[in-house]
Ligand binder design. Structure first.
Ligand code: G3P
Length: 225
């Protein structure tokens, strides 16, 4: 399962893009509102950090069909061919998704809260659908099961649309979504870190270093070769 970073924070993007095998960055209006300032320059900076080959998902802010289509094209023109336009799962959103997908623009249908919405988004030609796992859990639904159901529907239909699972509060949710066969997940910085960090890994590394130093002092293996 591909992992994408769900943030617009430049320090986090620099860090995770350097050290973690992420395939891109996702944003939404709330995430961008946290950064403020010249948001267009900010998005260009994100593109500069991740390079031209990684995915950058940017949500439309228009709400009418013609305006969404126009804004989506402007987004792709400004931020490159590996930009995906996020469009919410509504009737107007589906229409815009169909138009843009037919023209070869990658659309991520977002704010997906049901398998029905995901089915319609796939039929409209979406590249990705983004089910919101934690927001489903928050309304007493099963977020992971919804993702599994969507994946089953996509597999049965043999469609090309991928799941980009979103809205995670725990690393465990990410793993459970990975087990469904979902193609991708977008994860905030704090949860991404929890996928890697482990106290026993830290104590194991400290133990290796201490044992080596006891036997060979400060020399490294490379210096002895
Ligand atoms: O990018 C959209 C999604 O990840 C939202 O997450 O944490 O606001 O529910 P959250």
């Amino acid at each position: 399962m591909k992992l994408i970073l769900d943030t617009a924070n430049l320090d986090d993007i620099r860090y995770f893009n350097t050290y973690y095998p992420i395939v891109g960055v996702t944003t939404n209006p709330t995430i961008l509102s946290r950064e403020g300032g010249d948001i267009v320059a900010h998005l260009h900076e994100i593109r500069k950090i991740i390079g031209d080959e990684k995915e950058l998902h940017i949500q439309v802010t228009e709400t009418e069909y013609e305006a969404i289509v126009k804004e989506a094209k402007m987004i792709v023109k400004a931020f490159g061919k590996k930009s995906f336009v996020k469009i919410p799962a509504t009737d107007i959103g589906l229409r815009a998704t169909k138009t843009l997908s037919d023209e070869g623009i990658g659309v991520t249908v977002t704010a997906v809260l049901s398998a029905g919405q995901a089915l319609l988004a796939a039929n409209a030609g979406a590249a990705y659908v983004a089910p919101y796992v934690s927001r489903l859990e928050n309304i007493c639904e099963n977020g992971v099961e919804t993702v599994a159901e969507i994946q089953q529907i996509f597999d049965a239909a043999g469609c090309d649309t991928e799941i980009l699972a979103a809205s995670f509060k725990t690393a465990r949710e990410v793993l459970e979504v990975a087990l469904t066969g979902a193609g991708a997940a977008t994860v905030a910085a704090d949860v991404m870190k929890k996928l890697l960090s482990h106290t026993t890994t830290d104590t194991s590394i400290a133990g290796f270093a201490a044992d080596w130093e006891k036997a060979f002092g400060k020399r490294t293996l490379g210096s002895m070769l």
